[in-house]
Design a protein around this ligand. Structure first.
Ligand SMILES: Nc1ncnc2c1ncn2[C@@H]1O[C@H](COP(=O)(O)OP(=O)(O)OP(=O)(O)O)[C@@H](O)[C@H]1O
Ligand SMILES: [Mg+2]
Length: 270
């Protein structure tokens, strides 16, 4: 018999993180199902990035747990999680400016497969082969995001929007199971917004699972299967985009500002 309720890919349970008396994440629980796009929204400072930091090993939660792919991954280091198939981008793009764009992708992928120090010093044929495969893979992802002409350029010369695309391409290395993007659209122009939106849709149609933090509510409502709303570190509510859009608590906590902003925009354009 087919299991109609397979275990979620990611199961977050009562995650809590306090910084010097401020509870940034307060007993947050949610699931991410395989093949879905889940949106994480909330006002500035509501704990979105800290939640992701706890999940991806960049900060240690005070309590709570996370299961990924059926395993308890609470407290795992970022490279262990990446090897298990959970990768992320950062709100402020992290890139090695002096390295070529391709090398940035290769370095991101190296942490997925570790070679011993001796193996690396000896440069065994299988390492050389592996490097060549990584460069090929990097180039195919750079082609996909549309910046392959900068493959050999130092990453430092790229614009902010192009760096966001590199960060996205980095995430694709090693075919992760879950891609977590922290504000992929912030500060980028409409062309790059369209490109990133299109890539997310294309990859999702092929089965890729995403967890997205984004302040662009239109984008979240259009692309997500489920939206999770945080307010002051707590989970305010979660549900389908059409339910979230009309939830008065969400409107007050978050979308209210957006509605006002949209009204202003409209006024400006009339
Ligand atoms: N390293 C830190 N040390 C102390 N406080 C922190 C730290 N990181 C986050 N905080 C605090 O935790 C709270 C949640 O911050 P977080 O960055 O998770 O919010 P966010 O929802 O991602 O906001 P934004 O939309 O502005 O990115 C804030 O009050 C923030 O000041
Ligand atoms: Mg943030």
């Amino acid at each position: 018999m087919t299991d109609v309720h397979p275990e979620p890919m990611l199961h977050v349970s009562s995650l809590t993180k306090t910084f010097a008396g401020v509870t940034a994440v307060d007993a947050v629980s949610f699931d991410v199902r395989p093949g879905s796009i889940v949106g994480l929204i909330g006002p500035n400072g509501s704990g979105k990035s800290t939640t992701i930091d706890c999940l991806t090993g960049f900060t240690r939660p005070d309590s709570g747990s996370a299961r990924f792919g059926g395993r308890d991954v609470t407290g795992w280091r970022p490279e262990q999680l990446a090897a298990a198939g959970m990768v992320r981008t950062f709100q402020n793009v992290r890139i090695y400016e002096g390295m070529s764009v391709t090398d940035n992708l290769v370095v991101a992928a190296r942490s997925l497969r570790r070679f011993t120090w001796a193996e690396q010093v000896l440069k065994l044929p299988r390492i050389t082969r592996h490097e060549a495969e990584l460069r090929e893979e990097a180039l195919s992802h750079l082609r996909l995001v549309g910046i392959d002409k900068y493959a050999e350029a130092p990453a430092g010369i790229l614009s902010y929007g192009q760096r966001k695309l590199v960060a996205f391409a980095m995430c694709l290395m090693g075919r992760p199971r879950l891609i977590i993007l922290d504000e992929p659209l912030a500060g980028v122009n409409p062309t790059v917004i369209r490109r990133i939106s299109g890539l997310i849709d294309t990859l999702n149609a092929e089965g890729q699972t995403f967890l997205l933090i984004e302040h662009n509510v239109d984008f979240i409502m259009r692309h997500c299967d489920k939206v999770i709303v945080l307010e002051q570190g707590r989970l305010l509510t979660e549900g389908a985009p059409e339910v979230i859009r009309s939830d008065p608590r969400v409107l007050e906590a978050y979308l209210g500002n957006y509605a006002e902003y949209a009204e202003e925009e409209e006024t400006l354009h009339v």
